[in-house]
Design a protein around this ligand. Structure first.
Ligand SMILES: Nc1ncnc2c1ncn2[C@@H]1O[C@H](COP(=O)(O)OP(=O)(O)OP(=O)(O)O)[C@@H](O)[C@H]1O
Ligand SMILES: [Mg+2]
Length: 140
């Protein structure tokens, strides 16, 4: 059960809680794989930014740092660890990987970085819950 667990991380405290829950679950059910996804905003093609490569590189570096912080929460797990840094919509990235990878569970925070206090679910978790091809565990 829950052999392949997909986890979306955006650096928020809730997403780090989701990582800890996913790691606990992976230990409990001996999951085969944990796959971490960090999506970062694409740069629109019409942006005439000087040093565009530097902007993209800065976003990628930020995503790398988020991933590193998430991996530090995992501890010992019996699972293989996979990671994806993707440019694009976080919800679409998570749903696409869940479909192609045939994930058995998606774990994510109820809210994330932009954290509007009144919202029960952020837009990423709302979209994933609405369109996921597998069960979704929302951590709060
Ligand atoms: N860029 C991302 N890459 C991977 N996972 C993400 C990303 N953004 C959000 N998530 C996942 O979705 C969860 C909920 O975040 P979400 O973006 O829905 O809320 P929010 O940032 O508070 O609100 P919103 O983005 O709608 O303004 C996060 O805890 C994280 O697990
Ligand atoms: Mg967000």
């Amino acid at each position: 059960m829950f052999e392949r667990i997909l986890i979306g991380v955006d650096g928020s405290e809730e997403s780090l809680r989701a990582v800890r829950v996913a790691a606990d679950l992976a230990r409990a059910v001996q999951s085969k794989s944990l796959r971490f996804v960090v999506a970062f905003d694409p740069i629109p093609a019409y942006w005439a930014v000087p040093n565009l490569d530097n902007v993209i590189e800065a976003r990628r570096a930020e995503a790398e740092a988020i991933l590193k912080r998430a991996l530090a929460e995992v501890g010992n797990v019996p699972s293989e660890i996979q990671r994806d840094l993707l440019e694009g919509s976080p919800a679409e990235s998570i749903i696409n990987i869940a479909k192609t990878w045939n994930s058995s569970l998606i774990v994510m925070g109820s809210r994330g970085q932009s954290g509007i206090a009144e919202l029960v679910l952020g837009s990423t978790s709302h979209k994933v819950v609405s369109h996921a091809p597998c069960p979704v565990l929302i951590v709060r």
